[in-house]
Design a protein around this ligand. Structure first.
Ligand code: NDP
Length: 237
Protein backbone atom coordinates (compact mmCIF):
# COMPACT_ATOMS: atom_id res chain seq x y z
CA UNK A 1 0.00 0.00 0.00
CA UNK A 2 1.17 3.56 -0.72
CA UNK A 3 -0.40 6.99 -0.47
CA UNK A 4 -1.30 6.64 -4.15
CA UNK A 5 -2.92 3.20 -3.97
CA UNK A 6 -6.24 3.38 -5.82
CA UNK A 7 -5.86 7.07 -6.69
CA UNK A 8 -7.14 8.12 -10.09
CA UNK A 9 -4.34 9.78 -12.06
CA UNK A 10 -4.29 11.24 -15.58
CA UNK A 11 -1.05 12.15 -17.33
CA UNK A 12 -1.29 14.12 -20.57
CA UNK A 13 1.54 13.05 -22.85
CA UNK A 14 2.59 9.78 -21.22
CA UNK A 15 3.98 7.85 -24.16
CA UNK A 16 7.59 9.05 -23.95
CA UNK A 17 10.15 10.94 -21.88
CA UNK A 18 9.17 12.68 -18.65
CA UNK A 19 5.50 11.75 -19.02
CA UNK A 20 6.31 8.04 -19.37
CA UNK A 21 8.47 8.23 -16.22
CA UNK A 22 5.56 9.84 -14.35
CA UNK A 23 3.19 7.11 -15.56
CA UNK A 24 5.65 4.43 -14.42
CA UNK A 25 6.10 5.93 -10.95
CA UNK A 26 2.38 6.44 -10.27
CA UNK A 27 1.51 2.98 -11.61
CA UNK A 28 4.32 1.47 -9.53
CA UNK A 29 2.84 3.17 -6.46
CA UNK A 30 -0.52 1.52 -7.03
CA UNK A 31 -2.43 4.35 -8.72
CA UNK A 32 -5.01 3.82 -11.46
CA UNK A 33 -3.36 5.69 -14.34
CA UNK A 34 -4.72 6.85 -17.67
CA UNK A 35 -2.44 8.71 -20.05
CA UNK A 36 -2.81 10.44 -23.39
CA UNK A 37 -0.64 10.26 -26.46
CA UNK A 38 -0.86 11.57 -29.99
CA UNK A 39 1.94 10.76 -32.42
CA UNK A 40 3.55 7.71 -30.80
CA UNK A 41 1.05 4.83 -30.66
CA UNK A 42 3.73 2.13 -30.42
CA UNK A 43 5.49 3.83 -27.52
CA UNK A 44 2.13 4.37 -25.82
CA UNK A 45 1.21 0.71 -26.21
CA UNK A 46 4.57 -0.33 -24.75
CA UNK A 47 4.15 1.94 -21.68
CA UNK A 48 0.59 0.67 -21.18
CA UNK A 49 1.69 -2.97 -21.43
CA UNK A 50 4.58 -2.40 -19.04
CA UNK A 51 2.65 -0.48 -16.38
CA UNK A 52 -0.97 -1.60 -16.68
CA UNK A 53 -1.97 2.03 -17.30
CA UNK A 54 -4.61 2.86 -19.93
CA UNK A 55 -3.57 4.80 -23.01
CA UNK A 56 -5.99 7.12 -24.79
CA UNK A 57 -5.28 8.86 -28.09
CA UNK A 58 -5.97 12.58 -27.71
CA UNK A 59 -4.21 15.39 -29.54
CA UNK A 60 -3.62 18.26 -27.12
CA UNK A 61 -3.74 20.61 -30.12
CA UNK A 62 -7.38 19.65 -30.67
CA UNK A 63 -9.38 21.38 -27.94
CA UNK A 64 -12.56 19.31 -28.28
CA UNK A 65 -10.66 16.01 -28.41
CA UNK A 66 -8.58 17.02 -25.38
CA UNK A 67 -11.53 18.14 -23.24
CA UNK A 68 -13.48 14.99 -24.16
CA UNK A 69 -10.54 12.81 -23.09
CA UNK A 70 -10.21 14.58 -19.74
CA UNK A 71 -13.96 14.37 -19.18
CA UNK A 72 -13.97 10.66 -20.06
CA UNK A 73 -11.30 10.01 -17.43
CA UNK A 74 -13.95 10.70 -14.79
CA UNK A 75 -13.37 12.06 -11.30
CA UNK A 76 -9.64 12.44 -10.94
CA UNK A 77 -7.48 12.75 -7.86
CA UNK A 78 -4.39 13.89 -9.76
CA UNK A 79 -3.89 15.52 -13.17
CA UNK A 80 -0.40 15.95 -14.63
CA UNK A 81 -0.30 18.17 -17.73
CA UNK A 82 3.00 17.18 -19.31
CA UNK A 83 2.46 17.08 -23.09
CA UNK A 84 4.61 19.67 -24.78
CA UNK A 85 6.65 20.45 -27.86
CA UNK A 86 9.76 22.56 -28.42
CA UNK A 87 10.85 24.41 -31.51
CA UNK A 88 14.00 26.48 -31.72
CA UNK A 89 15.17 28.97 -34.30
CA UNK A 90 15.31 32.53 -35.48
CA UNK A 91 11.88 34.10 -34.90
CA UNK A 92 12.37 36.21 -38.04
CA UNK A 93 12.11 33.11 -40.21
CA UNK A 94 10.25 30.64 -38.00
CA UNK A 95 7.11 29.11 -39.52
CA UNK A 96 4.17 30.93 -37.91
CA UNK A 97 2.02 27.80 -38.15
CA UNK A 98 4.59 25.91 -36.07
CA UNK A 99 4.50 28.71 -33.48
CA UNK A 100 0.69 28.55 -33.38
CA UNK A 101 0.82 24.78 -32.91
CA UNK A 102 3.31 25.13 -30.07
CA UNK A 103 1.02 27.64 -28.36
CA UNK A 104 -1.97 25.32 -28.88
CA UNK A 105 -0.18 22.40 -27.20
CA UNK A 106 1.94 24.16 -24.58
CA UNK A 107 -0.52 26.88 -23.51
CA UNK A 108 -4.12 26.48 -24.70
CA UNK A 109 -4.21 22.78 -23.89
CA UNK A 110 -2.80 23.41 -20.42
CA UNK A 111 -5.58 25.89 -19.70
CA UNK A 112 -8.45 23.78 -21.04
CA UNK A 113 -7.19 20.51 -19.53
CA UNK A 114 -6.59 22.18 -16.18
CA UNK A 115 -10.09 23.68 -16.13
CA UNK A 116 -11.75 20.42 -17.17
CA UNK A 117 -9.78 18.42 -14.62
CA UNK A 118 -10.70 20.88 -11.88
CA UNK A 119 -14.37 20.69 -12.85
CA UNK A 120 -14.42 16.97 -12.17
CA UNK A 121 -11.77 16.57 -9.51
CA UNK A 122 -12.23 15.29 -5.96
CA UNK A 123 -11.65 17.83 -3.20
CA UNK A 124 -7.97 17.92 -2.15
CA UNK A 125 -6.93 16.94 -5.66
CA UNK A 126 -3.72 17.87 -7.39
CA UNK A 127 -2.98 19.57 -10.72
CA UNK A 128 0.67 19.60 -11.78
CA UNK A 129 1.83 21.34 -14.94
CA UNK A 130 5.21 20.62 -16.50
CA UNK A 131 6.68 23.99 -17.39
CA UNK A 132 10.36 24.74 -17.91
CA UNK A 133 13.16 26.80 -16.46
CA UNK A 134 12.66 28.82 -19.66
CA UNK A 135 9.53 30.20 -18.01
CA UNK A 136 11.91 32.19 -15.81
CA UNK A 137 15.13 32.47 -17.79
CA UNK A 138 16.30 32.30 -21.41
CA UNK A 139 19.85 31.06 -21.70
CA UNK A 140 20.23 31.12 -25.48
CA UNK A 141 18.67 32.75 -28.55
CA UNK A 142 16.07 30.95 -30.63
CA UNK A 143 13.74 29.97 -27.79
CA UNK A 144 11.26 32.86 -27.74
CA UNK A 145 8.17 30.84 -28.68
CA UNK A 146 9.00 28.06 -26.23
CA UNK A 147 9.83 30.52 -23.44
CA UNK A 148 6.59 32.44 -23.95
CA UNK A 149 4.66 29.21 -23.57
CA UNK A 150 6.42 28.21 -20.36
CA UNK A 151 5.99 31.70 -18.86
CA UNK A 152 2.29 31.52 -19.73
CA UNK A 153 1.74 28.31 -17.80
CA UNK A 154 3.04 29.99 -14.64
CA UNK A 155 0.01 32.30 -14.86
CA UNK A 156 -2.32 29.36 -15.48
CA UNK A 157 -0.91 27.60 -12.43
CA UNK A 158 -1.29 30.59 -10.13
CA UNK A 159 -4.76 31.38 -11.48
CA UNK A 160 -6.15 27.87 -11.10
CA UNK A 161 -4.58 27.63 -7.65
CA UNK A 162 -6.83 30.55 -6.66
CA UNK A 163 -9.85 29.22 -8.55
CA UNK A 164 -9.78 25.74 -7.01
CA UNK A 165 -8.06 26.41 -3.68
CA UNK A 166 -11.28 26.54 -1.65
CA UNK A 167 -11.72 22.85 -2.46
CA UNK A 168 -8.25 21.97 -1.21
CA UNK A 169 -7.00 21.41 -4.75
CA UNK A 170 -3.38 22.46 -5.25
CA UNK A 171 -1.95 23.61 -8.59
CA UNK A 172 1.79 23.82 -9.16
CA UNK A 173 4.23 24.13 -12.06
CA UNK A 174 7.33 21.91 -12.20
CA UNK A 175 10.12 23.60 -14.17
CA UNK A 176 12.83 21.22 -15.38
CA UNK A 177 16.14 22.24 -16.87
CA UNK A 178 17.79 19.85 -19.33
CA UNK A 179 16.29 16.36 -19.08
CA UNK A 180 17.54 13.46 -21.19
CA UNK A 181 14.59 12.70 -23.48
CA UNK A 182 13.85 12.68 -27.21
CA UNK A 183 13.20 16.42 -26.91
CA UNK A 184 16.63 17.18 -25.44
CA UNK A 185 18.94 14.16 -25.70
CA UNK A 186 22.12 14.13 -23.67
CA UNK A 187 23.94 13.34 -26.91
CA UNK A 188 22.53 16.44 -28.64
CA UNK A 189 24.73 19.24 -29.96
CA UNK A 190 23.63 21.78 -27.32
CA UNK A 191 24.36 19.55 -24.32
CA UNK A 192 27.91 20.85 -23.65
CA UNK A 193 26.68 24.47 -23.75
CA UNK A 194 23.83 23.63 -21.37
CA UNK A 195 26.14 21.79 -18.97
CA UNK A 196 28.57 24.74 -18.97
CA UNK A 197 25.82 26.91 -17.46
CA UNK A 198 24.82 24.42 -14.76
CA UNK A 199 26.06 23.96 -11.20
CA UNK A 200 25.41 20.21 -11.57
CA UNK A 201 26.78 19.59 -15.03
CA UNK A 202 24.55 16.92 -16.46
CA UNK A 203 21.07 16.33 -17.85
CA UNK A 204 18.50 15.22 -15.29
CA UNK A 205 16.94 11.78 -15.61
CA UNK A 206 13.20 11.80 -16.31
CA UNK A 207 12.79 9.80 -13.08
CA UNK A 208 14.20 12.71 -11.06
CA UNK A 209 11.49 15.00 -12.43
CA UNK A 210 8.82 12.34 -11.87
CA UNK A 211 9.86 12.02 -8.21
CA UNK A 212 9.19 15.75 -7.69
CA UNK A 213 5.80 15.38 -9.36
CA UNK A 214 4.88 12.53 -7.01
CA UNK A 215 5.93 14.59 -4.00
CA UNK A 216 3.70 17.49 -5.09
CA UNK A 217 0.86 15.01 -5.61
CA UNK A 218 1.27 13.53 -2.13
CA UNK A 219 -0.71 14.46 0.99
CA UNK A 220 2.50 15.92 2.47
CA UNK A 221 2.38 18.72 -0.13
CA UNK A 222 -1.15 19.92 0.73
CA UNK A 223 0.01 23.49 1.53
CA UNK A 224 2.16 23.94 -1.58
CA UNK A 225 0.09 25.70 -4.21
CA UNK A 226 0.47 28.38 -6.85
CA UNK A 227 4.22 27.75 -6.94
CA UNK A 228 6.86 27.03 -9.53
CA UNK A 229 9.22 24.25 -8.50
CA UNK A 230 12.46 24.40 -10.46
CA UNK A 231 14.55 21.26 -10.97
CA UNK A 232 17.36 22.36 -13.25
CA UNK A 233 20.75 21.52 -11.75
CA UNK A 234 21.28 25.21 -11.08
CA UNK A 235 21.28 26.44 -14.68
CA UNK A 236 21.99 30.15 -14.85
CA UNK A 237 21.95 30.75 -11.08
P1 NDP B 1 9.36 14.29 -25.36
O1 NDP B 1 9.36 14.92 -26.71
O2 NDP B 1 10.35 13.26 -25.03
O3 NDP B 1 7.88 13.71 -25.04
C1 NDP B 1 6.77 14.56 -25.25
C2 NDP B 1 5.52 13.86 -24.78
O4 NDP B 1 4.42 14.77 -25.01
C3 NDP B 1 5.24 12.60 -25.57
O5 NDP B 1 4.64 11.63 -24.74
C4 NDP B 1 4.25 13.10 -26.63
O6 NDP B 1 3.35 12.08 -27.06
C5 NDP B 1 3.47 14.14 -25.85
N1 NDP B 1 2.87 15.10 -26.78
C6 NDP B 1 3.49 15.99 -27.58
N2 NDP B 1 2.58 16.62 -28.35
C7 NDP B 1 1.37 16.10 -28.02
C8 NDP B 1 0.05 16.34 -28.47
N3 NDP B 1 -0.22 17.25 -29.43
N4 NDP B 1 -0.96 15.65 -27.90
C9 NDP B 1 -0.71 14.73 -26.94
N5 NDP B 1 0.53 14.44 -26.48
C10 NDP B 1 1.55 15.13 -27.02
O7 NDP B 1 9.48 15.52 -24.35
P2 NDP B 1 9.91 15.57 -22.80
O8 NDP B 1 9.49 14.35 -22.10
O9 NDP B 1 11.30 16.04 -22.73
O10 NDP B 1 8.99 16.81 -22.35
C11 NDP B 1 7.85 16.68 -21.51
C12 NDP B 1 7.52 18.05 -20.96
O11 NDP B 1 8.64 18.54 -20.24
C13 NDP B 1 7.22 19.09 -22.03
O12 NDP B 1 6.16 19.93 -21.59
C14 NDP B 1 8.50 19.87 -22.14
O13 NDP B 1 8.30 21.16 -22.63
C15 NDP B 1 8.98 19.84 -20.71
N6 NDP B 1 10.42 20.07 -20.53
C16 NDP B 1 11.36 19.23 -21.05
C17 NDP B 1 12.70 19.48 -20.87
C18 NDP B 1 13.78 18.63 -21.42
O14 NDP B 1 14.97 19.02 -21.35
N7 NDP B 1 13.51 17.44 -21.93
C19 NDP B 1 13.15 20.67 -20.12
C20 NDP B 1 12.07 21.47 -19.59
C21 NDP B 1 10.77 21.18 -19.80
P3 NDP B 1 3.30 11.58 -28.60
O15 NDP B 1 4.70 11.36 -29.05
O16 NDP B 1 2.49 10.32 -28.49
O17 NDP B 1 2.60 12.65 -29.36
Amino acid sequence: MSEFTGKSVMVLGGSRGIGAAIVRQFAGAGAKVIFSYSGSPDAAAAVAAETGASAVKADSANRDELIAAVAAAGTLDIMVINAGVAIMGDPLVMDPDAVDRLIDINVRAVYFAGVEAGRRMHDNGRIIIIGSVNGDRVQMPGTTAYALSKSAVQGIGRGLARDFGARGITVNVVQPGPVDTDMNPVAGPLAPLMHSMMAIKRHAHADEVAALVLYLASPAAAMITGTTQTIDGGIGI
